[in-house]
Design a protein around this ligand. Structure first.
Ligand code: ADP
Ligand code: MG
Length: 146
């Protein structure tokens, strides 16, 4: 039996605080980790990706993969950064060869992962960002020790 998933809730008042959560994730997660990033447009999902990339020593600029669907970077581990905003669902995801990235090496970050919810691996780390009325972000992380 796997251990119980832990949940940590953060409140972030700035882009850099959110990026720091990404850095922490990048420093904690082992190769093979899939990180699901949920939250509305402009929540900070790509900011989290930038923090993870920093932790992996990636110096290349992280660009939003909204149109390319997936960007690949090389650091201390591979980083695949996906944005499924323009994907309809599991079938289309399979069509672009997405499924193998769920079981590959390195870290795979997936924005708008709810599009492929049924096929997310059981070990997926789930991060959800809510925008509060004061502009701060509530960030809930499940599935990894902080
Ligand atoms: N606390 C915060 N955490 C993250 N981003 C924030 C925060 N406050 C303001 N922002 C701004 O919100 C935007 C988030 O953009 P982005 O990460 O591209 O969103 P998403 O990928 O979720 O659509 C950035 O312009 C960032 O500067
Ligand atoms: Mg984004």
């Amino acid at each position: 039996m796997s251990s119980m998933a832990s949940t940590t809730i953060y409140r972030s008042y700035s882009e850099d605080e959110t990026k720091e959560i990404g850095r922490r994730l990048g420093n904690t997660c082992a190769s093979g980790t899939v990180i699901s990033l949920r939250g509305p447009l402009g929540a900070g999902k790509t900011v989290i990706a930038k923090g993870v990339a920093e932790a992996l020593g990636i110096t290349e600029a992280i660009v939003s993969p909204t149109f390319t669907l997936v960007q690949e970077y090389e650091g201390s581990m591979h980083l695949h950064h996906m944005d499924l905003y323009r994907i309809d669902g599991v079938e289309e995801f399979g069509g672009i060869g997405g499924e193998e990235l769920l079981y590959g090496e390195g870290i795979t970050l997936i924005e708008w992962s709810e599009k492929i919810e049924p096929i997310l691996p059981a070990h997926t780390v789930r991060l959800s960002i809510a925008i509060e009325s004061d502009g701060s972000r509530t960030i809930t992380v499940t599935g990894v020790e902080p």
